[in-house]
Each structure stands twice: as structure tokens, then as C-alpha cells.
Design a protein around this ligand. Sequence first.
Ligand SMILES: [Zn+2]
Length: 151
Amino acid sequence: MCQSYRKPCACGQKTSEIFFGKMVLDEAAVRGVYCPECSPTVDLDPKTMVPDNGWVLELDADVIAAFAPRMEMTSDDVTAEKVFDADYVTWVGFSPEDNRTRSEERAEIAKRFEGDLKGQFEALKQWALDRESRFYSAGWRKATQKKTQFH
Ligand SMILES: [Zn+2]
């Protein structure tokens, strides 16, 4: 699994896990993360911010402008949403807390089906399917995009 960057939100109650795809950007590109509790305090700037299901990811305008050419954009047309959607700065998984909740859920299923490998396999398979549609119906940006992409 690729290396992830853990960034607490502005109010400090939650922690997001961020992934930098294609090795272009790093932590310097992330200015802030806001969970549903603290995001109502920010003025949404479409140039630097990506709203996602109550969360907001804020990128650094100067950094993304400087790296725009390496992302096949220009410093004028680069936006946080484009950077996010092209996976240069994105969540690990479908949501900011996906990585953590995924491990917790998996561990729970493994425990429930201890000693029953077949049962565990079936349960994990079902869980993976349900999970994806859960993110989709919740409206997470990456889940809904993936659906459109494959349809
Ligand atoms: Zn917060």
C-alpha cells in the first residue's frame, strides 16, 4: 500500500488520511482539512478547496500553481477539484477516514468468522460490495466518480 499522510482536521476531532498519486505533490500542497464539524466555518474557495460530503480539503494555491505543468494543467486553470479528481492529492480510499474504518471493519469480520475461512471469505466479499455502494449512496466524491467512469 502506498504511503499515506495523516492530517488532523482544523478542530482536531478527526484525522484524514491523504494519498499523493503519481509522485508529483506532497504534504506541502495541503493547507488544511475540515471535518463536518469544522467545515461550516470556512468560506469555500473553488480554486483551492474540494468539498466532499461535509468535509473540505484545502490545497495551497501557490504549490498547485507551481506544479500545474507537471499535472498537465496550467497555473491559470488548475483547481483543487481537478487535482483531487486526478488523484494527485486524494483520500486514501473513498473518504478521509476510509483507511481506518476499513481495517476496523475487516478485523471485526475476521473475528466474527474465526476458524471459518469460507464464511470469512464470503462475508468479506459481501462487505466489500456493500461498502462501495454505501460510499456511493452517501455521495462521496471518489465513489460517485468511479461509478460514472465505469458506466
Ligand atoms: Zn474538525
